[in-house]
Design a protein. Sequence first.
Length: 205
Amino acid sequence: MYSHPSRIAAFCLALFVGGEAAVVAEGRLRFSAVVIDAGHGGKDGGSVWNGLVEKKLCLDVAKRVETALKARGLKTVMTRRTDTFVELERRARIANRVPSSVFVSIHFNGSRKTIISGGEVYYRSPRGKRIATAISRSIKSKVTGGTRGIFHGNYKVLRETEMPAVLVECGYLSNKREALRCADPAHRQKLADAIVSGLLAARRK
């Protein structure tokens, strides 16, 4: 007996590709938890430009993302909650223990070419690309400065996590105009809201 297309679609609920644990059904990325990774921390300050320290901004935005996701009923796990140094391998291990999850690492950028500005979203897997695209679109539409687009990246936190994962660069602290925006809590809230909107958009697809 031939299988009905709807039964084939149902079978796809169990699809497991490339070590990614999120379930894909009818084109939608299904997850119930988000692992939020605030970049750098402790002895690793990240980029330091125009009086701003990346690690502090990363944690601030990460906490805002957590609050917004919880308000929408999603489980959240933070790789760090304080100004502490966490090895990249440990960040991945924390994430890999969370079932039905996706991973988002939050950073700010810097460059000697101080004219460069805008957010960037990195991915490594096809499902990560889906999330990266949704977050990039959301930042472009909701945040002053927009984005420079999405890019394939081989960062360790993308390489060693087993779920769909992205790394979001929220802007260039080396650009004076963008640094002024990033220093504003209201702008960081818009960044957080845009990241959350992107995650939810990817989840609905």
